[in-house]
Each structure stands twice: as C-alpha cells, then as structure tokens.
Design a protein. Structure first.
Length: 501
C-alpha cells in the first residue's frame, strides 16, 4: 500500500464520508449492528458497497486475453444469525433497488484484519478510498454467462472460505471496472480533514479515526526497542506519520494531544472487560515534548490518568514516566491482543539481522541487545587496564549480583572489585541518568557482598564505573559529581583507533 493512498481504518468515518450515515447515532456500542454492508448516499444518487479484497475473483478472459475481476454481493445464508440476517436483507433490498432504478453502484476495496478467513465474522483492517470500482451487474445469457464461460463459480467459492458460502447461491454477480463520474467520498482525505465540516462533532470523529492509525504505530515503535529502553516519540513525529504537514514541510503538531486522548479512550474501550491486572499501561506516555521546560515528558493530558502528576517535581515526573516505560515494555506481546480488541489486527513481527550468523532473530519490546551496546560491553571486558587493574583474577560480563541485577562487566583482583555499567551511543539523556543511579545501587550492593561474603571484605576496594560513548550533558555531569559516580567517555571507534596505534 502506497503511503500516498487514502485509507481509513474507521468504518464509522467511512460511512459518514461516503453516505452521511452516522453508525454511532445510537452510541458506539451499537456500531456493530448499525454498520451497513451496503448503503445509498444521502441523496440516493449512488449505492456504496464494501468489497473484501480476498473475495474478488481475478481471471483472464481467453477471448481477448483481458484481465477481469468479479465479486458476488447481496446473497443470504442460513448460517447467518441476528444482526447478520438484518444486514443481509438490507443489502439485498438495496442492491435490487439500485439495479431496478439504474443507480450506479460503487465498490470500495476493504482489507480484513488478521481474522481467520474461515470465520463468518470479520473485522476491517482498512478501506482504501483510492481503490474504488464501478460494479457492473452481469446478467449474461446462458451461452455467454461469465459464471459458466470463465468458470467463476469455482473461483468465487474457493475464495469465500467461510461456512456461509451458500450466500453465493442467491447473490448478484458484479464485474469490477474503472470508476467514473461522481464517486462518493472522492474529495475526502481521512488523514487531513474530518469527513463532515469543521464542527466539534466532526473534529471528534476525525480524531477518533486518527487514533486508530496512531495506536498500531505506537505498538510497532515499542516492539522495535532494544536494550531495555524506549526511545520516546515526539508530537511532531506523530503528526508527520499522520501526514499533517505545513507548507514549509515541517510537521503540524497542533491537535496531536487530542488524537492521543482518543487513543487512550480507544484502548480503554477495547480492554474495559479485561481483569484489572491484565489491562495495559498508558501507551501514549511514550509521546513527549521535544523542547522547553517539559522536554522529555508527556503533555498535561496525562493528568487524566495520573492524578497529581502536575504537582510532582521534574525529577519525580521523569521517574514516573521511566517507570511507565518499563511497564510498557514488560507488557510485551499483549499489545498485539490490545490491537485485536479494538479490531485493528496486529502487525508482523519485525526481523532483526543477527550479525553473528547472518540469519534473522526476533526480539523486541525492549528485549535483545543492540550491536552498539554489545560491542562496547565486550570491548570494555577485554581491557581491565582501563580501570588501572593488574593481575585480574576474574573478568566476566553480565555478572549477577545478589540483588538480582547484572553488571555489564565485572573485574576482581586480590584487593579490588570493579563493576561497570555501559551506555552506548544509542542512549539518550534519560538512559544516561538511569546509568548514574544504577552505579549508585551497584556500588552499594557490591560493598555489601564483599563485606558479608569475603574474609577480608572490609579491606577490599570497591568501585562502580559508568562507561559512555558521548559526553554527559552539563546537568548529568553535575549529578554524577554530586553522587560521587565515576564515569569514562569512550567514543565510538575508540578501541579500533587504540589497536591501530
């Protein structure tokens, strides 16, 4: 799918834009029963249909070697129950009326989410507004009936797959041809404008639709994180992803906070019936301000789910956000279930090249280790002389402490213990700050272990060192000095240069 194509993931917004039908008129809880399969435009000048992409039969006509596409609509099945029966009857009646009145029929290509094709109930992943066809009914004479001549019966049944295949028996056969004339929704861009005017209700609907685009984007971003940290997104990042751009090419971030508010409400609605301990953390907190006094923090909107957040000190706010980031990463694969709960399916697991063997390995949600971090950790481990150590008795990576923590590198001599935490060039200020406080903790734990478990523990010199690949900002240097944390800057390429020398 091209990034320039107009798509909507919100059927509610689609029916407003094309037919003026508000499927939330009785409330969003009734949307499933109130969402049509086909519907007339507000002026009844056209009939709009959604066509499942995987149910389109594509064949080559041997007479002229022309590629042709067909679909069946307006049938009924004994397998349907409840609302499906009602919508099926309405679709059949609408199609018959359109054909009788010679009203043009348009079909918009709909792509299903990750539902099993064998299920009768399907959810829309997205509807492509730039893949719309004129549906031309086929009433050919027996000798020229495309069902027979092109063997469409088998092709269409093979594509249907679900148990209600008997719906094809009474359905109308349509050929998909290029759409011409006044196509419903032709001027609507779901990424840039609400479907119906600029009033408050229309703005809300546009934000609801944008939220269904943003949520999978946030989940995918989380899944791509490594080293146990989240690289936050900014409001401009989200606006750019939505295509909200100024004439000068910069992102138009105004109003992004409202979209994120709808993301929160969308997640809450989808997981409302889940047990309390399984409900997700607040995923929108990974979108933060880019600059200013609140740089690195989410907007004031978080006070809706974090009462009292505005009263916290800047340090307390950072700690709160960092803790939420950890919870978001720990939630892991369950984020895919959240996407399913709101009818958005789930994205494919990204493959990450493993440089060790050239194959793909799969990790994410903060797990795994970046190549930069791994290389720095191993380079430091191979060079105890960096810490003025001689006659090293033990040099070990990922060394476990009794507190449950692991040191990136640990060295032991007869008289000295050195624990090392490394932060690669990928680490932002937030993770560098975390590293400083980790060193404070590791130093205390190592001192305690040496005192309790070593015969001459009180005489052993214990150090904790932070190794980074870029200069600490002034405020973090001041923090490290005040906490008496030692640090060392080894820029990328440092060890390669040392070997050449």
């Amino acid at each position: 799918m091209s990034t320039k194509e107009r798509v909507t993931r919100n059927t509610h917004e689609f029916w407003i834009a094309t037919c003026g039908i508000d499927t939330h008129a009785r409330g969003s809880g009734n949307a499933r029963n109130d969402t049509p399969w086909v519907a007339f435009t507000a002026d009844r000048s056209a009939l709009v249909c959604t066509v499942w992409e995987d149910q389109i039969a594509k064949v080559v006509d041997p007479i002229d070697n022309r590629a042709r596409s067909f679909v069946m609509l307006g049938g009924k099945s004994i397998k349907w129950k409840g609302g499906a029966v009602k919508r099926g009857r309405e679709a059949e009646a609408a199609i018959n009326e359109a054909l009788k009145s010679r009203v043009p029929v348009f079909g918009f290509r709909a792509v299903a989410s990750g539902d099993d094709p064998a299920n009768m109930t399907r959810h829309v992943k997205h509807i492509n507004l730039d893949h719309v066809y004129a549906l031309k009914p086929q009433f050919g004479r027996a000798a020229d009936d495309p069902r027979v001549r092109l063997n469409l019966e088998k092709e269409l049944r093979d594509r249907w797959r679900s148990p209600d295949v008997d719906a094809l028996d009474a359905a109308t056969l349509f050929e998909l041809v290029d759409a011409t004339g006044n196509v419903p929704g032709a001027d609507w861009n779901p990424l840039l404008a609400p479907a119906a005017g600029a009033d408050g209700a229309a703005e809300l609907r546009a934000n609801e639709q944008a939220a269904r685009i943003v949520l999978p984007y946030l989940v995918e971003h989380i899944r791509r994180q490594t080293d146990g940290i989240i690289e936050p997104l900014t409001y401009s990042d989200v606006a750019k992803m939505l295509g909200r751009m100024k004439a000068d090419g910069n992102a138009y971030a105004q109003g992004t906070g409202k979209v994120l508010g709808e993301v929160t409400r969308l997640v809450e609605a989808g997981t409302r019936d889940w047990p309390e301990d399984l409900r997700p953390p607040h995923i929108t907190s990974i979108v933060v301000a880019k600059s200013g006094a609140t740089a690195g923090l989410p907007s004031d909107g978080v006070k809706d789910y974090w009462p009292g957040f505005e009263a916290l000190t800047p340090a307390e706010k950072r700690a709160k956000v960092r803790d939420e980031f950890d919870r978001i990463l720990a939630y892991g694969d369950r984020w895919l279930q959240v996407l399913e709960s709101v009818g958005l399916g789930s994205a494919a697991t990204p493959a990450v090249p493993d440089s060790a063997n050239g194959t793909d390995k799969r990790y994410g949600w903060g797990g795994g280790e970046s190549e930069e971090h791994k290389q720095l950790r191993l380079d430091v481990l191979a060079r105890p002389e960096l810490f003025d150590l001689k006659n090293t008795l033990l040099a070990e990576t990922e060394y476990p402490l009794l507190s449950g923590d692991r040191l990136d590198a640990f060295f032991r001599t007869q008289a000295c213990w050195v624990g090392v935490e490394v932060k690669s060039i990928r680490s932002g200020d937030d993770d560098l700050e975390r590293g400083i406080y980790q060193c404070v903790k590791y130093l205390a734990v190592m001192r305690a272990q040496a005192f309790i478990h070593e015969p001459a523990g009180s005489e052993i010199q214990v150090k904790a060192v932070l190794v980074v690949q870029k200069q600490l900002p002034d405020h973090l240097e001041e923090l490290a000095i005040n906490l008496e944390v030692k640090w060392m800057v080894l820029p990328p390429g440092h060890f390669a240069q040392a070997m050449q020398a």
